[in-house]
Design a protein around this ligand. Structure first.
Ligand code: UD1
Length: 361
C-alpha cells in the first residue's frame, strides 16, 4: 500500500506528524510526504519540521502565495502530476486550508481514495474560505475522520453515508500531549521576562479580522485596554504584519507599553508560551482546541466557531468583535473568572493510532 500525505500550511504540520509516525510504527504502507509550499517562510514552515521531528518532505511543490484561484489551481496542477507519477492507493489531507481542498479534488477526479482528517467541522459561515474548503473536501473524501461528535452530526445532516464517518478524536492533541513537557521545560515566559501565568497571548490572521481597518482598529482598541492590566504577547502572522503596516497602525501599537510584538514562534516555543498564559485571545481554529487541552481560558475573536466542543466542554468563549465585550470578558478572566472546562472525548493522544488502524483496513 502506498500513502501520500499532504501538508501545505502551518496548521497542517502538527496534524500529519503523529499520523506519519503511527503508520510507520504499524509498518503496513510505503509513505510519501508532500508539502505544497502554501506556507514558505521559515517561521511558518521549516521550524515545525524540526520541532515535530518530522521527516523532510519527499516532494516540495513550492506554490507560494497568490489569490485563492491561483493558489488552488497551482496546487492542483502540481498534485495531479505527482499522483500520476506516484500512483498512491490513498491520499491523506488534513484541516481546511486551500491545499487540503485542492488535493482532495485532484484525488477525487483521479479516483484515488482520499481521507480527510478533521472532517465534519462547520462554522455555518460560507464567507470563510476555510468553510468552503471544509464542506467541499468532505463531499469528496471516502474516509471522513472526525475530531468530535458534532463533526459526525454535521456530516450525517448533510446526507453523508454513515459508513464513511469515523470518530477518531483530535489528532492535533496527539502532538500536543507528546510535546508539552518539552515545550514547558524551555522556560519561554522567563526568557521573555514574563511570569508564568502572568501574561496574555494574542494571535490574529483571519482575513475578516485583519483585512478591514475598522475591524482591526477595533480589536487593537480592546488590546489597548487589556495591556494596561497585563502584558500581551502578540506573535504577528505575515498577512497581519502587512496589513498593520498598510493601515499605519505601527505608532498606535508602539504607544502600548504592555504589548509585545514578535515574530511567529515555532511549535514548541508557542506551546510553551500559551500553556503557561493567563489567557489567550485568538481567531485561530487550532488554538481554540489547544487552549482547551491545556486548560487555559480562550477568547475567540470571531462571531462563530467550527469547534463548538471547545465552548460547550472546554475553556473557549466566542466573544465576537465588539471591543467593549472583548475587554469586559478579558477583565472577567483577570478578576478570577474564566472557564476551567474538561477534555473532550477521544482527545487522548491516541487519535493517530486509530487513524492508522482505519487506513490498514
Ligand atoms: C492560511 C489558511 C488558514 C490558516 C492559516 C494559518 C487558507 C484559505 N487559509 O491562511 O485557514 O488558518 O493559513 O496560518 O488556506 N505569507 C507569507 N509567508 C508565508 C505564508 C503566507 O508571507 O509563509 C503571506 C503572504 O503575503 C500571503 C498571506 O500571508 O499572501 C496569506 O497567506 P495564505 O497562505 O494565502 O493564507 P493565510 O492567511 O496564511
Amino acid at each position: 500500500m502506498k500513502i501520500v500525505h499532504v501538508v501545505g500550511a502551518r496548521p497542517n504540520f502538527m496534524k500529519i506528524a503523529p499520523i506519519l509516525q503511527a503508520v510507520a510504527r504499524a509498518g503496513f504502507a510505503e509513505q510519501k510526504l508532500v508539502h505544497t509550499g502554501q506556507h514558505y517562510d521559515p517561521s511558518m514552515s521549516d521550524v515545525f519540521f524540526t520541532d515535530l521531528g518530522m521527516p523532510r518532505p519527499d516532494i516540495y511543490m513550492g506554490v507560494g502565495s497568490g489569490s485563492h484561484a491561483e493558489q488552488t489551481a497551482k496546487v492542483m496542477l502540481g498534485f495531479e502530476k505527482l499522483c500520476l507519477e506516484e500512483r498512491p492507493n490513498l491520499v491523506v489531507v488534513v484541516g481546511d486550508v486551500n491545499s487540503t481542498f485542492a488535493c482532495a479534488l485532484v484525488a477525487a477526479k483521479l479516483q484515488i481514495r482520499c481521507a480527510h482528517v478533521e472532517a465534519g467541522l462547520r462554522s455555518g459561515d460560507m464567507r470563510m474560505p476555510e468553510e468552503v474548503n471544509r464542506v467541499l473536501t468532505d463531499r469528496m473524501c471516502e474516509l471522513l475522520l472526525t475530531p468530535s461528535r458534532d463533526g459526525d452530526e454535521n456530516l450525517l445532516r448533510e446526507g453523508t453515508p454513515p459508513e464513511r464517518i469515523h470518530f477518531v478524536g483530535n489528532v492535533m492533541i496527539d502532538s500536543l500531549l507528546s510535546h508539552l513537557p518539552r515545550a514547558k521545560a524551555l522556560g519561554i515566559p522567563e526568557k521573555l521576562d514574563l511570569d508564568p501565568g502572568g501574561y496574555g497571548v494574542l494571535t490574529l490572521h483571519r482575513p475578516s479580522n485583519v483585512d478591514d481597518p475598522v475591524v482591526l482598529g477595533g480589536l487593537l482598541g480592546a488590546v489597548e485596554e487589556l495591556q494596561r492590566r497585563i502584558p500581551i504577547v502578540f506573535p504577528v502572522h505575515p498577512r497581519t504584519r502587512k496589513q498593520l503596516e498598510t493601515f499605519g497602525f505601527g505608532p498606535r501599537m508602539a504607544a502600548m507599553p504592555g504589548l509585545r510584538l514578535c515574530e511567529p514562534f515555532g511549535y514548541l516555543e508557542f506551546l510553551g508560551l500559551t500553556s503557561q498564559a493567563r489567557l489567550v485571545l485568538t481567531d485561530s481554529g487550532g488554538l481554540q482546541e489547544e487552549t482547551t487541552a491545556v486548560g487555559i481560558p480562550c477568547l475567540t475573536l470571531r462571531e462563530n466557531t467550527e469547534r463548538p466542543v471547545t465552548v460547550t466542554e472546554g475553556t473557549n468563549t466566542v466573544v465576537g468583535l465588539d471591543p467593549a465585550r472583548i475587554a469586559a470578558e478579558a477583565n472577567g478572566i483577570l478578576d478570577g473568572g474564566g472557564k476551567h472546562g474538561r477534555i473532550p472525548a477521544l482527545w487522548d493522544g491516541k487519535s493517530s493510532e486509530r487513524i492508522a488502524a482505519l487506513f490498514r483496513r
